[in-house]
Design a protein around this ligand. Sequence first.
Ligand code: FO1
Length: 313
Amino acid sequence: VRRVVLFAGGVGGARLAAPLARALGPEDELTIVVNVGDDFEHLGLAISPDLDTVLYHLCGLADTERGWGLRDESFGTLEELRALGGPAWFALGNRDLATHLYRTQRRSEGAPLSTITAELVRARGVDARVRLLPVSDAPVRTMVDTDAGELAFQSYLVERGARDRVRGFRYAGADEASPAPGVVESIAAATQLIVAPSNPYVSILPMLAVPGIARAVAAAPGLRSGLSPLIGARAVKGPLVAMLEALGHPATSFAALTAAGFPLDFAYLDPADAHETPHFAAAGMRVVLFPLVLRDAAADAVARALLEPALPG
Ligand code: FO1
C-alpha cells in the first residue's frame, strides 16, 4: 500500500496531481497538500487559486490549456463589472464564480478552509482515495518585495503582469498559522513525499513557512522526490526564471529544486537538463531523467515512474 503526499502549488501541482491520482492502486492513498500563499480576497470573495486549480484538474473540469479555471468558461459577469469600472484584472469566470461564492458563504458561517475544501472535493466527485488539504486553515499570504514596493502576490502576478523586479518574499501570517488537520499526520505516515514542479518561492516556501511543516518533512520516513519546475532553463509556467536571476541564482534545475530547502532523495530532471546531474550527486541526491512535459500520456508515465521511486527509469 502506497501512501503518497504531494506538495503542490497551482498549475504545476495540478498537472501532476491528476495523473498521480490515475496511477494509484486500489489500496493506495494520495494526499495533496496545497499552497495557500496565493489566496486573497477580491470583490468580497474568498479565492484560493491553487486549491481550485488542483481540484478542477482532479475532477476533469480544468481548462488544461490555460492551466487555471474551468473549461467551457464564459466571462459575462467580468465584462459587466468592467463596464461598471470595477476591478476586472482578475478573470473570474461565470462558472468558477460558484466555487468562490460557496467558499465565501461557508467561511462566513465559520467553516475552516480544510472543511470547505473537503466539501468541494466531495461535491465534484473526486476519487475517494484522494485527499486535498490546504497547508493551513489560517491565512498565509505571499508578499513580493519588488522595486515598486511590497506587493500582494496576485497584484504582482496578475494585476501588474510580473513586470516588477523581485527583491525577496515574505509569507505574512505564516508564523501564526499551524498545519491544517491531517497534514502533519499524513506526512508522518507517508511511504513517499513528492514535490510538484512548482515555484519554490511562491508555492513551496510558503508551505514550509508554516510552523511544523518543515520539521515533519525532515522527520518523514518516506522517500522524498522533487520534480524540476524548469526544463532547459525555462519555466513550464510563470516568472520563476526572472525570480531566480533577480535573487542571484542561475536558471538551473539545481537552483530551482534546492531554493526551498526541501530535503530530497530523488531529483526528477528533464533529459534537457541531464548535464546538471553532477550538481545533484554532489549534494547527495539521485537524479532520475524523465521527460517532464506533463501532458496526457507523458504525464501518466511520469506518475507511474514516481510511484516506483526505488526503481528509477
Ligand atoms: N491567473 C492569471 O494570470 N490571470 C487571471 O486572470 C487569473 C484568474 C484566476 C481566476 C481563478 C483562479 O482560480 C485562478 C486564476 N488565475 C489567474 C491563476 C492564479 O493567479 C494563480 O495564483 C497562479 O496561476 C499561480 O498558481
